[in-house]
Design a protein around this ligand. Structure first.
Ligand code: NAD
Length: 385
């Protein structure tokens, strides 16, 4: 029987919800391009309810315990005395969500002698040392597509929020003011701006499609160039180098995985090469940008705004400079864990577990590392070019 250790974010401060704003969520059966939504044999939860917190347990307990497996769920993940530190050493499977990542470093992987599967409930497995996992023959899998549209929607919201100065204007309304000039002194239209995205994968393409109706000029850089027909349909300008895109765009949005090649991509010199008054939106991974260079560029006025929901480390410390820098539109890491997204990635997590526990192959598109190297989506999106 297997031991499964599942690291989830803590319950809300007022306790696990018992009532919800809406009665249900739409059923999504397939994604753009035809991939089907997760197909577990059954689910033991109601879609639309909280699954990603500790009490939600991703809806896995009944299924796992009925089959005789052990499930340990905790949010206590950091430090030598944490529950995770104690429990992962004899786990067969570690499940983690990128929003509250259980960092599986090389050193931890060396101590996790029984670990066979590192399962990301969501998308983005950079919290696992992928090279170390490959060397140990550990499979790394994630629920591809499960929250891609969730993130694309959040990205568009953040772009509009920054350019139109939404959050500072909202603050004036909340504190009883009617300070029109204060609000609009930093507000512009999105129309006709040059918007560039880095990485046209599932999220990047969804962002491009959603921005097209705003009559912006769209640019992209990606390791895999898109088909000419799609470039034409969306009116895209392709840049083979990120630095060329950065130089000409008013807004840059990041959508690549965190890899040794993308770590620190938007450093001080890349940011300095951008137009004065440019905006950066980052819903991909915090380490894609240089933390202090972003804060400095906002302070100096070189950047007009920065928004995102990804930080390093997570949770971010209370004194992280992105919490207090000017013209920021940050959220904690939430874009991919709406109640809608949770239902999909919880079902996908169960699908992957069912395959693993019964010796069936895991869908190719869910694989990041398998058999000692990158596989499936990992080979396409994470492997060095
Ligand atoms: P995807 O695999 O569909 O797309 C990734 C794309 O990145 C691929 O098309 C690849 O060609 C491109 N790429 C890889 N290396 C590159 C490089 N060096 N330069 C330019 N392009 C490069 O993945 P996706 O579903 O679109 O997700 C992308 C990333 O978004 C994830 O890896 C994850 O880090 C992040 N994400 C964040 C959240 C969130 O809640 N904020 C949720 C899901 C995913």
């Amino acid at each position: 029987m297997a031991k499964i250790v599942c690291v989830l974010y803590p319950d809300p401060v007022d306790g696990h919800p018992t009532r919800y704003a809406r009665d249900n969520i739409p059923v999504i059966r397939s994604y753009d391009g035809g991939q089907t939504a997760p197909t577990p044999s059954a689910i033991d939860f109601t879609p639309g309810e909280m699954l990603g917190d500790v009490s939600g347990e991703l809806g896995l307990r009944k299924f796992l315990e009925a089959a005789g497996h052990e499930l340990v769920v905790t949010s206590d993940k950091d430090g030598p005395d944490s529950v995770f530190e104690r429990e992962f050493v004899d786990a067969d499977v570690v499940i983690s969500q990128p929003f509250w990542p259980a960092y599986l470093t090389r050193e931890r992987i060396a101590r996790a002698r029984k670990l066979k599967l590192a399962l990301t409930a969501g998308i983005g497995s950079d919290h696992v040392d992928l090279a170390a996992a490959a060397e140990r023959g550990i499979t790394v899998a994630e629920v591809t597509w499960s929250n891609s549209i969730s993130v694309a929607e959040h990205t568009v919201m953040m772009i509009l929020g920054l350019v139109r100065n939404y959050l500072p204007s909202h603050d004036w309304s909340r504190k009883g003011g009617w300070n029109i000039a204060d609000c609009v002194a930093h507000a512009y239209d999105l129309e006709a701006l040059q918007v560039g995205i880095v990485a046209a994968g599932r999220i990047g393409q969804a962002v491009l499609r959603r921005l097209k109706p705003f009559d912006v000029k769209l640019h992209y850089n990606s390791r895999h160039r898109l088909p000419a027909a799609l470039e034409q349909e969306l009116g895209l300008t392709y840049h083979s180098e990120v630095k060329d895109l950065a130089r000409v765009c008013d807004i840059v949005s990041l959508h690549c995985p965190l890899t040794p090649q993308t770590d620190g991509m938007f450093n001080a010199s890349m940011i300095a090469s951008m137009k004065r008054g440019a905006y950066i939106v980052n819903t991909a991974r915090g380490r894609l940008v240089d933390r202090d260079a972003v804060a400095q560029a906002l302070k100096s006025g070189h950047l007009a705004g920065y928004a995102g929901d990804v930080w390093f480390p997570q949770p971010a410390p209370a004194d992280h400079p992105w919490r207090t820098m000017p013209w920021e539109g940050m959220t904690p890491h939430i874009s991919g864990t709406t109640l809608s997204a949770q239902a999909r990635y919880a079902a996908g997590t169960r699908e992957i577990l069912e395959c693993f526990l019964t010796g069936k192959p895991i869908r190719e598109e869910y694989l990041i590392v398998q058999g000692g190297g990158f596989a499936g989506t990992g080979a396409h999106s994470y492997a060095a070019a």
